[in-house]
Design a protein around this ligand. Structure first.
Ligand code: AR6
Ligand code: MG
Length: 378
């Protein structure tokens, strides 16, 4: 029980979970639009601010519902427990099915329930003709894992993968969730120093290093969808250490993120084209990382509504890209919140978004589990 971590670190724990919520809640209203203009966003924020009294909350969606279950499970078991987490996902869904869940993940919940959680990985393995889901549903709920395993990257990767496999067994799905989790961890643990800014290039390169190891490894996580072990071995020899191989999928996406960041103010249409704004993990998780990094600087497209708060800018920029706005804004918000802390989440947003109080107390519990310290901020 030491005092190694300052109040600031605790603020960053809370910032990450609350950043995820505000992205989800505000982004939900704009889902599936090709683009969201700043006037529309500004009107929405004005009406949100004007809501007072009962029923003034903007609702969260499946992103937050599942994130809460991940956090609850880690807190109650003080470890990753697949059956417990799977049960919490399914029970939460049956209690409140109208949160906008992905079309296929619902089948997993139904199978889990019918099979009485006998093999919690079975149903996900059978999805999409045995190829598994590559939706961003693993990445959207992963922030609590980054907080829980902040100091142990191997453990973080393991839990991120195993918790995602409950619903997403496609390599793009679970490696995307690992990438998102590593991005939150890096943002959380980056030492703020008065004169030293985070190097955006290094942030991406560090992620590339980690993903190179993960994507280059012989992977037995997805046994049901893999060819024979022999084939896998041959493939591993062929791809080892070769970043040009197709298996280094996220390493390549991160290279695109790095290039786009180096270009500065890139039109949104180009970001959508190169990185994507869809529900697939690989067309949304690198985008969320890009949003966080891009919005460390002012963005020309947001000049009418930018009040100089980089976290708010990150969330609003992610939404302005259109597509899967709630999930991309939620993932970008969780990275930004881990970096800037809860003080950067506008108080009106904290007040009007559903679930902020619960996320705050979960973040404090996760902080205690990760550091042994008691969180006294907020
Ligand atoms: N082949 C073809 N389509 C796929 C595949 C695949 N292997 N994998 C995923 N899809 P799902 P999620 C498509 O149901 O990832 C919600 O709005 C397919 O169209 O596993 O938890 C959330 O808020 C499938 O229905 O759910 C997220 O924004 C869809 O991806 C988003 O949906 C979602 O996969 C992802 O939810
Ligand atoms: Mg979504």
């Amino acid at each position: 029980m030491g005092t190694r971590h300052s109040k600031t670190m605790c603020s960053r724990f809370i910032g990450s979970l609350v950043g995820a919520i505000v992205g989800d809640c505000i982004g939900a209203d704009f889902e599936c639009r090709p683009f969201v203009d700043t006037l529309h966003l500004s009107n929405f924020l004005t009406s949100m601010a004007g809501k007072t009294g009962r029923g003034n909350k903007v609702s969260y969606t499946d992103d937050t519902a599942m994130t809460r279950s991940v956090a609850d499970s880690l807190i109650s078991k003080k470890a990753f427990n697949a059956s417990d987490m799977a049960m919490r996902f399914a029970e939460e869904y049956f209690q409140n099915p109208g949160r906008g869940y992905g079309a296929n993940v619902v089948q997993v919940f139904q199978d889990l329930h019918v099979d009485r959680y006998a093999d919690v990985y079975q149903s996900a393995r059978e999805q999409f003709g045995g190829t598994g889901s590559y939706g961003n549903g693993g990445g959207m709920r992963i922030a609590p894992v980054a907080l829980f395993a902040m100091n142990d990257t191997e453990k973080l990767i393991q839990i991120a993968r195993d918790s995602t496999l409950i619903t997403h067994t496609n390599k793009k799905g679970y490696n995307g969730a690992i990438l998102q989790c590593l991005a939150v961890q890096q943002a959380l643990t980056h030492q703020h120093a008065p004169s030293v800014r985070l190097s955006r290039e290094k942030f991406v390169e560090d992620l590339q290093e980690k993903m190179k190891k993960i994507e280059g490894k012989l992977d037995d996580a997805n046994k049901a969808t893999k060819a024979s072990e022999e084939e896998a071995k041959v493939k591993d020899v062929k791809t080892q250490g070769d970043p040009s191989s197709k298996d280094f999928f996220y390493v390549e996406y991160l290279q695109k993120v790095k290039t786009l960041i180096s270009y500065g103010d890139v039109p949104r249409i180009k970001i959508k084209h190169v990185l994507g704004v869809g529900i697939a993990a690989h067309r949304s998780i690198p985008t969320a990382i890009y949003c966080f990094l891009r919005c460390m600087e002012p963005v020309e497209d947001l000049r009418n509504i930018d009040h100089g708060n980089a976290l708010a800018r990150t969330v609003l920029y992610a939404i302005s890209l259109g597509g899967d706005t709630d999930t991309i804004a939620s993932m970008a918000g969780s990275i930004a919140g881990a970096y800037y802390g809860i003080e950067s989440v506008p108080s009106m947003w904290q007040d009007r978004c559903e679930g902020v109080e619960c996320a705050t107390s979960q973040a404090k519990e996760l902080y205690h589990l990760a550091t042994g310290d008691t969180c006294t901020c907020h």
